[in-house]
Design a binder for this molecule. Structure first.
Ligand SMILES: Nc1ncnc2c1ncn2[C@@H]1O[C@H](COP(=O)(O)OP(=O)(O)O)[C@@H](O)[C@H]1O
Ligand SMILES: [Mg+2]
Length: 250
C-alpha cells in the first residue's frame, strides 16, 4: 500500500489505565513510511506500555491503532506478523540449539496463508523457500545446517538480520533493542537497525537520547504517558520541555 501520505502506523487517542494510573494518555502518533522514527522518554514515560498497546500485548482503555490504514486495535500479537508488523528484533533471540535453516524457517512461518499456518512448521512451503533465499542472500549457505549457537559472532549478526526480515514485515517496532549491551554491541546493533531501515519502516523505542540522534529522522517524546514533543532530533533535543523531562528543572 502506498500513496495518500503513506502512513504506516497511526494511533488516535491511545490510552490505557492501570488502576488509577494513566500510563499512556491520549497519544496521537503518525509514522510515515521509510526510515526510523524514534519514540523516546525518561523511565516510566509509558514507552513500553505504548509498545505493548501497538503490538497487541495489552488492550487500550480508549483509542485506536491503525497499520497501513487498517484498524488493528487489540489484534493479538501472533496475527500481526501476517499483517506486516514485526515486533521483535532477534538481537539475542536466536534459537542457539536450532540450525540456521530452522531459525529462519520458524521466523518465516507467518508468511504461510492462514489455513496453512496451522499446519506443522515442517510442511510449510513458503517459509521453507523464504529461509533458503535468505540463507543465500546473507552468505550463510555453507552454514545452513549448523546450530545457530555455533556460528561466529559475525555470522550470528547476519542471521539476526535475516530472521528479522523473514516474515517480510513492512513495519518493525523495537523496544530498547540495545538495553544491557556493551558499547561495541550497541554500535553494531545500531548499524544493523540503520541497514534494516533501508528496507522497512522502523519504530525505535529508546530511552537513550544520544543513541537516536543520528539514527532517526523523526523523534517523538513521551513523558508521563503524554506526547510532549515531536520533530527532527536536533529540534527535539533543544526543546526546553524535553530538557526538563530528562534532566530536571535546573
Ligand atoms: N502492567 C502494569 N501494571 C501497572 N502499572 C504498570 C504496568 N506496566 C507499566 N506500568 C506503569 O506504567 C508506567 C509506564 O511504564 P512503562 O511503559 O514501562 O514506561 P517506560 O517503558 O517508558 O519506562 C510506569 O509508571 C509503570 O510503573
Ligand atoms: Mg520500557
Amino acid at each position: 500500500m502506498s500513496g495518500l501520505g503513506d502512513i504506516v502506523l497511526e494511533t488516535r487517542g491511545l490510552s490505557v489505565n492501570f488502576g488509577g494510573l494513566r500510563a499512556v494518555d491520549n497519544v496521537d502518533i503518525k509514522v510515515a513510511r521509510g526510515g526510523i522514527t524514534s519514540i523516546i522518554g525518561p523511565n516510566g514515560a509509558g514507552k513500553s506500555t505504548f509498545y505493548n498497546l501497538v503490538t497487541g500485548a495489552i488492550r487500550p482503555t480508549a483509542g485506536q491503532v491503525y497499520l497501513e490504514g487498517r484498524e488493528i486495535t487489540g489484534t493479538p500479537t501472533n496475527r500481526l506478523a501476517a499483517m506486516g508488523l514485526s515486533r521483535s528484533f532477534q538481537i539475542t533471540n536466536l534459537f542457539p540449539a536450532s540450525t540456521v535453516f530452522e531459525n529462519l524457517r520458524l521466523a518465516a512461518h507467518a508468511l504461510e496463508p492462514m489455513s496453512l499456518s496451522l499446519l506443522p512448521v515442517r510442511r510449510a512451503k513458503r517459509a521453507e523457500e523464504k529461509a533458503v533465499a535468505l540463507i543465500e542472500r546473507f552468505g550463510l549457505a555453507a552454514r545452513a545446517t549448523e546450530l545457530a549457537g555455533h556460528l561466529s559472532h559475525g555470522e550470528q549478526r547476519r542471521l539476526e538480520i535475516a530472521v528479522a526480515l523473514a516474515c517480510e514485515p513492512r513495519l518493525l517496532i523495537l523496544d530498547e533493542p540495545t538495553q544491557g549491551m556493551s558499547h561495541t554491541d550497541t554500535e553494531e546493533a545500531s548499524q544493523m537497525v540503520r541497514d534494516l531501515s533501508k528496507e522497512i519502516t522502523i519504530v525505535l523505542i529508546e530511552h537513550d537520547l544520544d543513541l537516536v540522534m543520528d539514527l532517526s529522522h523523526t523523534v517523538v517524546v513521551l513523558h508521563q504517558g503524554r506526547k510532549l514533543a515531536e520533530g527532527p532530533p536536533a529540534v527535539v533535543r533543544a526543546n526546553k520541555d524535553v530538557q526538563t523531562a530528562y534532566f530536571g528543572a535546573h
